[in-house]
Structure formats: structure tokens, C-alpha cells
Design a protein around this ligand. Structure first.
Ligand SMILES: [Zn+2]
Length: 431
């Protein structure tokens, strides 16, 4: 979009991040939404006051739905711009990275993503907190660790100085990799959560088992990510999480791709890779990774009692109790390390899985737009309203009725600039 150019999307169904507003028009200029008219009565009068000129582009959105740009609340970018480009090609305008280093490169990539219209915008936890000799530091000797509560404040201060946007805490004993490793204890996680709160940073805890989920809840972290596969979260856990205003990022797509039945899933694996609306914009190496890969949040073959269905029912219990559920994929694909949860495309699988768990399609869309924006303090996005960033996705059909319509992408704008999706698709096909 040229400086000063105005875009009007007319006759379009508008999902504003929380609800369907009905049919109307949305205008934006200079990167920001300037006007939203959803009520047909007010629209008639407003139309006359809208000045259209040669610099105004009018798009007929008949039969289509306009959504806020999607937010993936759990990814790993690994410093690869190509991941942020792939994310944007699927309508993900913001990624929240949960572990990346080294700090200088992370800060530089966040700065570049803030400026460039051809990449998803990025926030990152930077280096995560884990126990000495624990996961994942056991294979990364340079990773700073936290030996006890007395080291918590210095750890958080160092991450803040490096530019971390939030603090990721690994509560993990390596069991999902078939190992038995030291993990952060409750006193240390509590001290990390308190240090972060004092310094104005949110905390997100990796929990993939019942013991770690309980430890994280007891320690006062703001958000939990992943879910246990060995059992459904019980009522006492769920109601306490609701009372204490925690949020959960389940990463269902990662959990399902970690379980042996993944190959027969209707949502991930081969069925996702073979969906023409997905495959048409995926580089071949990413398509192969989705179709043939297996992920690592559960050892294969899965331990007895580990079932993906437990995670699905936990999501429904949490949602019914009023615990905000945020869409996140744990996408950790990179060109040199093919993993089956890829940036962008993975979020469309996550949306379908949230609906499979029992959310309505509109609730799933909220989980990928206004809810993560609200919980991560991104007040400028996630909602279609005047003054918000023009991060927008235009799709064919009505994804509030059929969540798979989020894949039928017609156009993507990031900060008001249209992403050249056709060119990306051509480059992907040639790769
Ligand atoms: Zn992760």
C-alpha cells in the first residue's frame, strides 16, 4: 500500500475477534483500521461521507469473511526468517516465540519482523528457564540455567535486559524423551514467577504431565502450555485455574502429532499435508515433514495410558470453566531440521482441533485473535476496530460455521500492506 492509500473492503462478513458483526465494510489507511461499518442502517449514511479517490482501493468482499490477523501463541522460530514468511503466507500475522537464541540474533529478528511487511511480527521469550542438567540444557551446555530460588531474580533480570517479551519456564523431567532428568522445583518456579511479576513480565510454563501442570499452578505462573496426555485435568484443577485467572495454550496439533494414531487423524499429518488449500502454499520439504513426521512430546510407542483424547477433554473442561484457551502450535519446523508442526499451516490444524475439542468455530477464532492479544498485552491488534493495526485476513465463506474456511485465504494484510501470496505460492512450488 502506498503512503496515504486507503483500502475499503465492502460487502464483507466481519468477525471482529469476538463475534460476527454481520455484513458491512472495513476501511484502513497508513497501517491502521480507520472505520468499521457493520450495521446496514448506519452504513447508508456513512457511505456518503467516505471520500473515495484514485488512491482508494475498493475490494468487493461478497461471500467472504474478514478476520483479524491470526496470532500463534506458541512457536519456535529458530532465527529463520523463512518461518515468519511461511506463517504470514497462512494468515498468521504475529508469532509468540517460546524459546530462541542467541539473544542478539533474537533481538535483531524481532526488530526486523517489526519493520518488514513480508514477515509475521514476532515476540519472543528468548532463552528459557530450566534446571542445570535438565531438558533442554542437557544438550545445550551454553544455556543459562536456574539452580534454585536464589538465582531466579538474576535470571529474569538477564532475560529482560536481553529484550525478552515474556519468561518461558520449562517444568519437565525429560520423561517424554524417555529420560529422567532434573527439573525445576516448586520453590524455584515460584521465585521465577514472582521475579517476572515484579518486573512486569508474564510467565508461560511448559507442562506436559499432571505433576508439572500442578506444580505450575501451585507456583503462580500466568499461563500453562501443552497438556498432560496421561489423564484429563480434574475438576479441582480446572476450577482453581479459572479462579486464579490462568490461561492455557494447549498446542493440540503438537500433542496429536506426538501420539501414534496421528497418521489416521483427520486434522494433522497426511490429511493436513494433502489439503489442497494448505499444500498449494507449502514448500515441498515442509509438506513432506507434515505428512511423514512424528513429534516428540510423548515417547513412541506411547506409554500406556497416554491418549490424545485426554488433552481434548481437558480443553473442553478448561473452556467451560472459563479458563481462556489460546491457540498455539509449538511449530518448530526449520529447513535444516524437518519437524511436522510447521509455521502458519499448523495454526489451521490447531483451529480445527479446538473445534474437535468442543469450542464453537467462533470461539476457536477468538482463541487465535483477540484472546492471545489480550493475554499477552498486544493492545494494538487481534481485533477489528478503528485504531487497531490493519492485520487482516480475508477468507472465502464463513469460518464461524465451518472452521476449515480459514484455509480458503483470499488476501492477507500485515500492518495494512498486502502480502503477495501468489508469488509466495509460486516460490513454494519451485522449492
Ligand atoms: Zn515449545
Amino acid at each position: 500500500m502506498r503512503e496515504g492509500q486507503q483500502v475499503i473492503i465492502d460487502n464483507v462478513r466481519i468477525f471482529d475477534g469476538e463475534r460476527l458483526l454481520g455484513c458491512g465494510s472495513v476501511e484502513f489507511a497508513d497501517g491502521l483500521i480507520t472505520r468499521v461499518m457493520a450495521d446496514p442502517a448506519s452504513r447508508a449514511s456513512a457511505t456518503s461521507s467516505t471520500s473515495t479517490s484514485a488512491s482508494t482501493e475498493v475490494i468487493d468482499g461478497a461471500g467472504m469473511t474478514l478476520l483479524p490477523g491470526l496470532i500463534d501463541a506458541h512457536t519456535h522460530v529458530f532465527g529463520a526468517e523463512s518461518n515468519l514468511e511461511m506463517a504470514l503466507a497462512f494468515g498468521v500475522t504475529t508469532e509468540l516465540d517460546m524459546f530462541m537464541g542467541p539473544p542478539d540474533a533474537t533481538r535483531a529478528l524481532c526488530a526486523a519482523a517489526g519493520e518488514r511487511a513480508d514477515l509475521a511480527d514476532l515476540r519472543s521469550a528468548g532463552l528459557l528457564a530450566s534446571a542445570p542438567g535438565g531438558h533442554p540444557g542437557v544438550t545445550m551446555p551454553d544455556l543459562p540455567t536456574v539452580a534454585g530460588p536464589e538465582q531466579a531474580d538474576a535470571f529474569v533480570a538477564a532475560r529482560q535486559a536481553e529484550g525478552a517479551h515474556f519468561i518461558k519456564i520449562m517444568v519437565e523431567d525429560g520423561a517424554h524423551h524417555g529420560m529422567s532428568l532434573p527439573a525445576l522445583d516448586r520453590a524455584t518456579v515460584t521465585a521465577l514467577a514472582e521475579a517476572a511479576r515484579r518486573r512486569g513480565l508474564l510467565t508461560v510454563a511448559h507442562v506436559a504431565a499432571l505433576w508439572s501442570a500442578r506444580l505450575a499452578l501451585d507456583s503462580g505462573v500466568d499461563m500453562l502450555t501443552h497438556l498432560p496426555l496421561e489423564a484429563t485435568l480434574d475438576d479441582a484443577f480446572v476450577s482453581r485455574a479459572a479462579e486464579e485467572r490462568r490461561a492455557v495454550i494447549p498446542t493440540l496439533v503438537m500433542l496429536e502429532m506426538s501420539t501414534p494414531k496421528m497418521a489416521r487423524s483427520a486434522h494433522t499429518g497426511r490429511s493436513l499435508a494433502d489439503d489442497p488449500q494448505i499444500a498449494g502454499h507449502l514448500p515441498e520439504h515442509a509438506r513432506t515433514a507434515i505428512a511423514e513426521g512424528h513429534e516428540g512430546l510423548c515417547i513412541e510407542p506411547a506409554s500406556p495410558g497416554q491418549h490424545f483424547a485426554h488433552a481434548l477433554s481437558s480443553v473442553l473442561s478448561l473452556h467451560r470453566a472459563g479458563v481462556p484457551v489460546l491457540a498455539g502450535t509449538d511449530a518448530n519446523y526449520r529447513p535444516d531440521r524437518a519437524c511436522p508442526v510447521v509455521h502458519g499451516a499448523g495454526l489451521h490444524a490447531e483451529l480445527a482441533l479446538l473445534v474437535a475439542a468442543g469450542l464453537t468455530p467462533a470461539e476457536a477464532l477468538t482463541a487465535a485473535t483477540s484472546a492471545p492479544a489480550a493475554h499477552f498485552g498486544l493492545a494494538d491488534r487481534g481485533v477489528i476496530a478503528p485504531g487497531r493495526r490493519a492485520d487482516l485476513v480475508l477468507v472465502q465463506g464463513d469460518p464461524t460455521k465451518d472452521i476449515r474456511r480459514t484455509r480458503s485465504i483470499e488476501a492477507i494484510w500485515r500492518g495494512g500492506v498486502r502480502f503477495d501470496r501468489a508469488a509466495y505460492g509460486k516460490r513454494a512450488a519451485a522449492s
